[in-house]
Design a protein around this ligand. Structure first.
Ligand code: HEM
Length: 367
């Protein structure tokens, strides 16, 4: 039996308080005007999106009576600044920290979901937004947030991600200056950190795009396939074998749903806390095909309560992949270090940043 505990656990954090401090060390180049450049007015209606992304709506919302009285001191100050016409609102690190805090607070408050946290599905949203990248054509990736639109939002691989987009909609309304594409990746970083994972350095600069930028179906991995498929899909994004294995450690979190992918169950006993248990369980448990009517998946022989996808099992079938599984199973620090590096890359694929890598920020967790 793996040392991973055999009881399900939930990640817990203290709720955010008004005494949270701001950290102001970096002024990003991304401006309010850049981020609001394309609204929904010139495109198909997004699924789950809001009309507040257009600049007129933003100013009306922020400067309006409802916003003035409905928001806190910070939002009122921002609304006043925009209403006075003080020029372009340029968000600073302290502004992004506010967004981070709001997401972290919502993660604590909205705990009536799956295993008690939206964290895993937020991470999946950030990954599926980014994992459409094609290095050869420079298309896809997190820039654009094109999953808001039906062609991409309806792709089979994205089933269930509406829950994550809906979770973030009130945050987008509270901070209308942030693009959906920045918000989704920031939320994924926040989810990882709040689920006890490493801090993922992040920088803004993604701009929302219209429906014409939706990527074709088939760019995300198919869980029923083997190593050739994994190498083709992740190779297309520019990732090597070690990075494929490090990325897959995200399956320590969350679960499969029969009404989404058709698969069922969690990979670990602590699906809302990031650990290297995914690798430990792969190495140490006995896995057998689950006997059921659903798609081919694996089940742990000892408790029959955990699952592995065919693509997860490939990581111990393939000798090259297996070396990295062994390494991460033995060394959580090595996993966290490599997971951090590869997630930074994943969330930045295809983004035309005007800032340098030095401008990446990390965020404080609410106390
Ligand atoms: C290696 C190829 C991958 C395949 C074939 C794959 C496949 C899947 C499938 C089938 C599900 C279940 C969806 C559902 O029924 O709700 C899932 C969930 C999930 N995946 Fe992956 N995935 C892969 C890689 C990744 C990567 C790279 C990440 C993040 C870095 C990731 C993060 C997650 C998370 C957090 C969940 C849980 C979502 C939830 O609880 O709602 N996956 N994945």
């Amino acid at each position: 039996m793996a040392s991973a505990a055999r009881t399900f656990t939930r990640a817990m954090r203290t709720p955010v308080t008004s005494s949270m401090k701001r950290t102001a060390t970096f002024v990003p180049q991304t401006t309010f005007r850049q981020q609001a450049r394309r609204g929904f007015a010139d495109s198909a209606k997004p699924n789950g999106g809001s009309n507040t992304a257009v600049i007129g709506g933003v100013v009306a919302l922020l400067a309006g009576v409802g916003a003035y009285y409905g928001f806190g001191q910070y939002e009122r100050a921002t609304a006043d600044k925009i209403a006075r016409g003080d020029g372009i609102f340029t968000p600073k690190q302290e502004d992004y920290q506010k967004v981070y805090d709001a997401i972290a607070k919502a993660l604590v408050e909205k705990d009536d979901y799956d295993d008690g946290s939206y964290g895993p599905v937020l991470l999946r949203l950030g990954w599926h937004a980014s994992g459409t990248y094609d290095a050869a054509t420079g298309t896809g990736g997190s820039n654009g947030a094109t999953m808001r639109f039906p062609p991409e939002g309806d792709h089979g691989a994205n089933a269930g991600l509406q829950a994550a987009r809906d979770f973030l909609e009130p945050i987008k309304e509270q901070f209308p200056w942030i693009s959906y594409s920045d918000l989704w990746t920031l939320a994924a970083c926040c989810a990882i950190q709040e689920m006890q994972g490493p801090k993922i350095p992040w920088r803004p600069g993604r701009q929302d795009r219209d429906v014409s930028y939706c990527t074709p179906d088939g760019r995300l991995p198919d869980a029923s396939k083997e190593q050739k498929h994994l190498r083709a899909i992740f190779g297309r994004m520019g990732f090597n074998d070690q990075e494929i294995v490090a990325l897959s450690g995200a399956h320590a979190l969350g679960r499969c749903h029969t009404d989404r992918s058709g698969f069922e169950g969690p990979w670990t006993f602590s699906p809302t806390t990031l650990t290297n248990d995914y690798y430990k369980l792969l190495m140490e448990e006995k896995w057998a095909y689950r006997k059921w009517d659903g798609p081919k998946q694996f089940q742990d022989v000892a408790t029959k309560s955990l699952m592995m996808l065919p693509t997860d099992m490939v990581l111990i079938k393939d000798k090259v992949f297996k070396q990295y599984v062994e390494k991460y199973a033995k060394d959580n620090d090595a996993f966290f270090a490599d997971f951090q590096k590869v997630l930074v890359r994943l969330f930045e694929l295809g983004v035309p940043f005007t800032t340098s890598e030095d401008s990446r920020m990390t965020f404080k967790s609410p106390e």
